[in-house]
Design a protein around this ligand. Structure first.
Ligand code: GDP
Ligand code: MG
Length: 174
């Protein structure tokens, strides 16, 4: 079994942009995964020669903040149940939002690696915008631009290093 990485976050933070950035041309949909729904995209990815399955948790654009929170809770729960590692993406242009804060509280309780990512930091001048997010008390925040491929390699190096080793042959596993 390849490890599963789930991308979670509010609508429009750039989850799908990051997904596409990581999938690149090698995009291969994995349709026979259990529990595939239309608002979830699965792809086989190889990064630094490490294979994994990437999940883009999509979803609709909620009309109310209640619906938004509900969707975020569902999305996060799914990722917490199913994934081996979670990429929680926030929006450096919007700044920290209450929905982000709530999901971070959920993710703190999960016993899996969680990477906190602030997207849309397109250049050095935007780095300041990430300051907000340090109030979450998270040790390491990754600032990236999924669109401009900034910081993505640094993030993925650490992500790969944190993946559980599930790629070993069956015979060597219990
Ligand atoms: P999702 O709803 O979280 O999947 O977000 P999308 O990937 O669909 O992106 C939402 C919007 O943010 C789109 O207009 C993207 O072009 C834009 N976007 C995504 N990544 C970046 C980025 O790194 N920088 C900037 N400036 N815009 C971005
Ligand atoms: Mg999307």
């Amino acid at each position: 079994m390849k490890p599963l990485i789930a991308i979670v976050g509010r609508p429009n933070v750039g989850k799908s942009t990051l997904f596409n950035r990581l999938v690149g041309r090698r995009k291969a949909m994995v349709d026979d995964m259990p529990g595939v729904t239309r608002d979830r995209n699965y792809a086989d990815v190889n990064r630094f020669d490490v294979p994994f399955i990437l999940i883009d948790t999509g979803g609709f654009e909620p009309e109310t903040s209640d619906r938004l929170l509900q969707q975020m809770r569902e999305q996060s729960q799914l990722a917490m149940d199913e994934a081996d590692l979670i990429l929680f993406v926030m929006d450096g242009r919007d700044g920290l939002t209450p929905a982000d804060v709530e999901v971070v509280e959920m993710l703190r309780r999960v016993n899996k690696p969680v990477f906190y990512v602030v997207n849309k930091i397109d250049g050095d001048r935007q780095e300041n915008a990430a300051g907000d997010f340090y109030s979450l008390g998270i040790e390491q925040i990754f600032t990236i631009s999924a669109e401009h491929n900034r910081g993505v390699n640094d993030l993925m190096e650490e992500v790969i290093a944190a993946l559980p080793n599930k790629t070993a042959p069956q015979s060597t596993r219990r």
